[in-house]
Write a protein that binds this ligand. Structure first.
Ligand code: GLV
Length: 319
């Protein structure tokens, strides 16, 4: 049995896989090119993939031996699950283990933006701390402000609970949720009312570019916008236009479109925009849990077991 790991990851996970399969690792921190990925997976039975690896019909047709794709991520917009199902390839993900870590990071980013922590830290480092300034780096209090959570799944709900603990009034928009713990609203209503909007929807054809010119124009002029979901949920050009017009009090982006965001991108030009490189689930414990879970999923599919998190379990009987 042959398994491919598409990036350099922790040795514990590689060793776990080695107990069941011959393991080939793309031994780099940078992703393989499309051609390299297809070649790499050419005669593999299973692949432990990252969210930057596009797994689509073309790739699957070129890798007919593949029986399982196990994403080291909860998001799976990089995987065409329908194409996998059609070819009886199991597609797996790593939910739950990253929920709290990602939610805590969202809270951290929200406070960082509200309190201008990043620009203030840069100013101190650059020698601009000459005295105690009574009216510089003035932030915003979140207590009593309204938080709009778009998408009340595992992560969104955890952010809502944490921020309610900080005294925010929470409203949410999510047609799939019946939660009565927080006030529900339509997306339109939420955008109009929220002082802080935080995005927690998966990237799907329905959510792609959801935050467009119109959505941004409907938000309070000094609202804060936080995105730890997927960059494609926001229309990046529309966001730049809104910032250029002086709208939004602050923006915190853990994810961008494109990703990585090129260093000369106009978004970096706004002091009130804080951008970090997709690190919301990046704690040592959580990333190890994620890679271990990705390996468990893969091994279970390939050995006829029951993978903890399979998106298309209907293929398992045939795997
Ligand atoms: C990270 O973005 C993930 O989907 O796990």
């Amino acid at each position: 049995m042959r398994v491919v790991v598409t990036r350099r990851i922790d040795s514990d996970t590689i060793n776990m896989l080695k107990e069941h399969a011959d393991v080939t690792t793309w031994d780099s921190d940078l992703p393989p090119s499309r051609e390299e990925l297809i070649r790499l997976l050419g005669d593999a039975d299973g692949a432990l993939t990252l969210l930057t690896d596009r797994i689509d019909a073309e790739l699957l047709d070129a890798t007919p031996g593949l029986r399982a794709v196990s994403n080291l991520a909860v998001g799976y917009d990089n995987i065409d699950v329908e194409a996998c199902t059609k070819r009886l390839v199991a597609a797996c993900t790593t939910p739950d283990v990253l929920t709290r870590t990602t939610a805590e990071f969202t809270v951290a980013l929200m406070f960082a933006v509200a309190r201008q922590i990043v620009p203030a830290a840069i100013a101190a480092r650059e020698g601009e701390w000459l005295t105690w300034y009574p009216f510089r780096f003035l932030g915003r209090d979140l207590e009593g402000a309204t938080l709009g959570v778009v998408g009340l799944g595992r992560i969104g709900a955890t952010v809502a609970t944490l921020m309610q603990g900080f005294g925010m009034r929470v409203i949410y928009a999510d047609e799939r949720s019946e939660s009565t713990e927080f006030e529900s609203a339509t997306v339109t209503d939420l955008l109009r009312r929220a002082d802080v909007v935080t995005l927690h929807v998966p990237l799907t054809p329905e959510t792609r570019l959801m935050i467009d010119d119109e959505a941004l124009a409907s938000m309070k002029p000094d609202a804060l916008l936080i995105n730890t979901a997927r960059g494609g949920v926001i229309d990046t050009d529309a966001l730049v236009r809104a910032l250029e017009r002086g709208r939004l009090g602050g923006v915190g982006l853990d994810v961008t479109d494109p990703e990585p965001l090129p260093v000369d991108h106009p978004l970096y030009g706004y002091e009130r925009v804080t951008i970090v490189p997709h690190i919301a689930s990046a704690t040592s414990v959580t990333r190890h849990r994620m890679s271990s879970l990705a390996a468990q999923n893969l091994i279970a599919v390939l050995t006829g077991g029951d993978p903890p998190h399979c998106l298309n379990p209907e293929v398992l009987a045939n795997a």
